[in-house]
Design a binder for this molecule. Sequence first.
Ligand SMILES: Nc1nc2c(ncn2[C@@H]2O[C@H](COP(=O)(O)OP(=O)(O)OP(=O)(O)O)[C@@H](O)[C@H]2O)c(=O)[nH]1
Ligand SMILES: [Mg+2]
Length: 301
Amino acid sequence: MKEDFKSGFAAIIGRPNVGKSTLMNHLIGQKIAITSRKPQTTRNRIQTVYTSERGQIVFLDTPGIHKAKNKLGEYMVNVAQRTFQDADVILWLVEASDYIGAGEKHIAQQLQKTKLPVILVMNKVDKVEKKQVAGFIEAYRKLYDFAEIVPVSALRSVNLDTLLECIFKYLPYGPQFYDEDTVTDQPQRQIVAEMIREKALRCLEEEIPHGIAVTIERMKERPQGNMVDIDATIICERDSHKGIIIGKQGAMLKKIGSQARTEIENMLETKVNLKLWVKVKKDWRDSDFLIKNFGYDKKEI
Ligand SMILES: Nc1nc2c(ncn2[C@@H]2O[C@H](COP(=O)(O)OP(=O)(O)OP(=O)(O)O)[C@@H](O)[C@H]2O)c(=O)[nH]1
Ligand SMILES: [Mg+2]
């Protein structure tokens, strides 16, 4: 082991939609976590690995912290809060703004209890005037005693090197946990399910996407090795939603399927035969049994 090698966990937390998953993907240079314009995209903790000469950072992307309206929401907020405990440093992501609302205050309160170093990452600076940023930072400085404050644009990869530098500052010296080729410990099946969910999120209008889950029934490589067959089901909450997801003569389902297939083919580096079904499970987001069934298991938090 190299003596000056550092390693540890960096948890990325914040309100829904501030760009946590986008930031993580851009930090590791690969798309692992799905992203969308709609809040509450991420549901599980997603772990990825960044390795360099200096050390290894394990990033923990979390669901956005929000007021839960159902059991799935409670599960998501729990995931985020539990993740605090496993971290060496916390990246609290906010949008570039001086608006500090109840959501931000709630997160600040939670963080007070942890005593971990907190780096405030002010994201989406590409959306505001440069000269405004200093004022926004000042407003946040009054809210919490941050270890560091770093303005970035996750989407445009602006200032991410500075951020990596800052994270390493707060990591302990330690061994390399994963070999340098490891990017994530998420099972491939789960990433495939998430890619399908992302396309559904992006193609469908508000409301429906939040009630969707995706399960993979089969994922099998053909013996000749030139094609992977995938059968997946999109679960939704109402019959009317099912109709919308399928679309006129199946047009919507086809669109979701072909977008997902392209992305899955890129990831697996092989041709994919993707078959999608749609099933209704009424109010599954409020059923402990069903949310567990669809991959959101409390025991795994
Ligand atoms: N303009 C701009 N948009 C960004 C930036 N970072 C993220 N976004 C956009 O913000 C939206 C939300 O991004 P996500 O990464 O899904 O946000 P999240 O915080 O993971 O959201 P949840 O998983 O719902 O908590 C997407 O449309 C992103 O493209 C940025 O630096 N600049
Ligand atoms: Mg996310």
